[in-house]
Design a protein around this ligand. Structure first.
Ligand SMILES: Nc1ncnc2c1ncn2[C@@H]1O[C@H](COP(=O)(O)OP(=O)(O)OP(=O)(O)O)[C@@H](O)[C@H]1O
Ligand SMILES: [Mg+2]
Length: 262
């Protein structure tokens, strides 16, 4: 059984890409077959896994999507890269922004394009993790339509903002076409436990949202060690194996694995 998880929040810089990469590598470390899909025209996930120039890559996610849109026959495994830490990656780059514009003009089933591609990969992987861009445009809507669940990285202040309600409304709308979709968990990221009374904020969030959505027990602490990895092309597990962020992503991995039993 393959599980497709979209990592999403329309707010930028909340730790989506860092979570996609490290959760993916965490799951691969537990023996799972994992494919990461970079669905962001910024190509940050591709970059952070060590592919230093996504925009000059010959074959990327945008090419696959173009084939699906135009109904050209394609090999679903073409272009998939193998990272030394055990995950596969379908890279993404700036060409995805062209796809985003094209999708708007597609008349029928334009939200199903990712799903058509992913359905051809499901029997090869245990987890397919999609790193979404910071917006609720067609690429993100496609990711939600293809996904079984969504993980929402957030910084504490965000939940009290309008943006979060808008996000939830979008998810609820997608449920009309993808009824099984659910929020796997809200993930608190970049928590600075020295300055912020983080625990108090998290308690408040649990009070406000805990009945509607799951909130991961795991909290990802703020650490410069985590900020360093995107330039190094490796995970926090190999960069700082004994550090607090490494332990946190390990614990997030365990939580996600525990959901398999439910
Ligand atoms: N736990 C952490 N501690 C400190 N810095 C972090 C942590 N997690 C991520 N960062 C840094 O914060 C920045 C934003 O993280 P990231 O790219 O994962 O967010 P994002 O939500 O994917 O951003 P975007 O919306 O642009 O796609 C990056 O520079 C990253 O290295
Ligand atoms: Mg990102």
């Amino acid at each position: 059984m393959c599980k497709v998880i979209a990592i999403a929040n329309q707010k930028g810089g909340v730790g989506k890409t860092t979570t996609a990469g490290n959760l993916g590598i965490g799951l691969a470390g537990k023996g799972k077959k994992v494919l990461l899909i970079d669905a962001d025209p910024q190509g940050s996930l591709t970059l952070s896994l060590g592919y230093s120039n996504p925009d000059s890559m010959e074959y990327t996610f945008a090419d696959v999507l173009a084939s699906v849109i135009t109904k050209i026959e394609y090999d679903p495994f073409e272009g998939i890269l193998h990272h030394p830490e055990g995950v596969d990656l379908m890279p993404g780059n700036i060409e995805l922004s062209g796809i985003e514009s094209t999708l708007v003009t597609v008349l029928v089933s334009r939200e199903q394009i990712f799903k058509k591609y992913i359905s051809r990969l499901r029997d090869r992987y245990d987890y397919i993790i999609i790193d979404c861009m910071p917006s609720l445009g067609m690429l993100t809507v496609n990711a939600f339509t293809a996904a079984d669940s969504i993980i929402v990285p957030v910084q504490a202040a965000y939940l009290s903002q309008k943006g979060f309600e808008q996000f939830i409304t979008t998810v609820e709308n997608i449920m009309d076409i993808n009824p099984g979709l659910y929020v796997e968990g809200i993930l608190m990221t970049m928590v600075d436990d020295r300055t912020l009374n983080a625990r108090k904020v998290i308690k408040e969030i649990e009070k406000d949202y805990g009945t509607r959505f799951s909130i991961f027990e795991t909290v990802i602490p703020f650490s410069v060690r985590a900020a360093e990895i995107s330039a190094l092309g490796k995970s926090i597990f190999s960069h700082d194996p004994n550090g607090k962020v490494s332990r946190a992503y390990e614990s997030l991995t365990e939580e996600v694995l525990a959901h398999e039993q439910n």
